[in-house]
Design a protein around this ligand. Structure first.
Ligand code: SF4
Ligand code: SF4
Length: 470
């Protein structure tokens, strides 16, 4: 445990004097806007994610919505492929791979997921931008908060909430559109004909977006997100985190630009509080690594701009490991990181193989509730219902037969065709050829084979029940 970075829990109820600079009297955090490399990276990353989220749902592929989780039909369409409930083991595997990917990234570079790609952060930054556009910069917003209600305040607040609600409705509509075809859904919404379940879920996700990104913001990261709680366990002394270099920055203090601050015993931190004023969670990174830090790097951009103005080297705040902060070197390739990467590569390989070998025809068998009966040939007979699914995107011809079932004969339709994605419930009977069974229950197998591609098949097993004494 000695190689873990201790995470400092900063008391929220008693904000330090510095924290008061980030918040107005009502405790609301008013962040200062800023520019810089990491802000541009975040805009690029979040812009790409927004494009994916809002754009993909409108794409069509093969005559239907390209990505659609059709709950009514229990099918998941993703471009040319269709997945069924039987394939959801693959989805579970994909989720486990994503979790390992997140672990590997966290070991390597801390909470960059939170800062750059987490939907909570991305939507919050967009809502903060709306706030800036409608209510002005940080100081104007603090004044507006404190000002009495006037027409100007009412107009600015209304504009902000209108923008927030518009984005929230579009988010709710898009999200539900991944589960119900988006085109008719949007038409019904905008012609006020939407009803029932879809309306409920659109309102639910609209409300969740508006409350989470508009009002709760950093509180979601600090108090509701489980990842924030356990990510510190994955950190080691080589994990890159957003950190302030106290050996270089202290002792902090104001000074004029051209003063030889080293001669006065001052470090490079001019104690301007810019890093605090841009922080969306309102913390002071100079207090050390804190659970509230979402790794957005806003303080790096802010501090770099101050360093530029002062003529000092950039990087007083930056992505640093504990080893670097102690004057050592960061070890990039270390056992824990390599371990996660290895597991990740193996799991991705296994998933690819499973996807490649996924049977494109599915067969399930259920036995009728009646135990057995005698047919008109005097044979003991059992009745079964076979559920056959054509998982391909083309019409297919199939042949049905018994396998590993010596002494039994199949009655019913054995050759048939299914349309793309069609599910068929096929009633069949199996009769026993022997007069006297040597057991009251025997396993039998059904096999469905694609007539054009014999390599595409599926086997399902059931039991044949017969009376021992006839
Ligand atoms: S922005 Fe940089 S110089 Fe200003 S207070 Fe923060 S660490 Fe110090
Ligand atoms: S301390 Fe810096 S990196 Fe952490 S949340 Fe605040 S601004 Fe973002």
């Amino acid at each position: 445990m000695s190689d873990r970075i201790p995470v400092q829990i900063v008391e929220i109820a008693e904000p330090s004097p510095v924290k008061k600079k980030a918040a107005s009297s009502d405790g609301h955090i008013h962040t200062r806007s800023f520019t810089g490399l990491f802000r541009n990276l975040r805009i690029g990353g979040a812009g790409f994610l927004f494009l994916l989220f809002f754009g993909t749902v409108w794409l069509n592929w093969g005559g239907r919505q390209a990505v659609l989780w059709d709950l009514a039909e229990s099918k998941f369409h993703i471009f040319g492929a269709t997945f069924w409930p039987q394939d959801f083991i693959l989805l579970s595997a994909l989720l486990i791979i994503c979790a390992f990917g997140l672990f590997a990234i966290t070991v390597f570079a801390g909470r960059i997921w939170c800062g750059y790609t987490c939907p909570q952060s991305a939507w919050t930054w967009v809502f903060m931008w709306c706030e800036k556009v409608t209510e002005g910069e940080r100081n104007q917003r603090i004044k507006l908060d404190a000002a009495p209600w006037t027409l100007n305040k009412l107009a600015r607040r209304s504009a902000k909430h209108t923008l927030w609600l518009t984005i929230s409705v579009l988010t709710g509509l898009t999200f539900v559109g991944y589960f119900t075809p988006i085109r008719p859904l949007a038409e019904e919404l905008f012609t006020l004909q939407l009803g029932g379940v879809s309306l409920f879920w659109i309102l639910f996700f609209t409300g969740a977006t508006y409350i989470n990104a508009g009002w709760l913001r950093e509180a979601v990261c600090m108090h509701m997100c489980p990842y924030a709680r356990f990510q510190s366990v994955m950190f080691d002394k080589d994990t890159l985190t957003v950190a302030y270099d106290p050996r270089r920055g202290e002792s902090r203090g104001a000074r004029k630009k051209d003063v030889d601050h080293k001669a006065k015993g001052l470090g490079d931190c001019i104690d301007c509080h810019m890093c605090v004023q841009v922080c969306p969670t309102g913390i002071d990174i100079r207090d050390g690594l804190q659970m509230e830090c979402i790794g957005c790097a806003a303080c790096i951009d802010a501090c770099d701009s101050i360093m530029d103005k002062m003529g000092y080297d950039r990087g007083l705040i930056g992505y640093k490991s504990e080893h670097t902060l102690q004057g050592g070197k960061t070890h990039w390739l270390r056992p824990r990181f390599l371990g996660y990467c290895t597991v990740l590569v193996v799991m991705i390989g296994a998933l690819m193989m499973a996807l490649n070998q996924r049977p494109m025809v599915s067969l399930d068998v259920s036995k009728d509730r009646g135990l057995f009966r005698e047919n008109n040939l005097g044979q003991i007979e059992n009745i079964y219902t076979l559920k056959v699914i054509n998982k391909t995107q083309q019409r297919q011809q199939y042949r049905l037969r018994l396998v590993d079932s010596e002494g039994f004969v199949l009655h019913g339709q054995t050759e048939f065709s299914l349309a793309p994605g069609e599910i068929s419930d096929l009633p069949v009977s199996v009769a026993m050829l022997a007069d006297r069974p040597d057991s009251s229950s025997k396993e039998i197998g059904f096999e469905i084979v694609d007539r054009d591609e014999p390599g595409v098949y599926s086997i399902a097993r059931s039991r044949f029940v017969a009376p021992l004494n006839r």
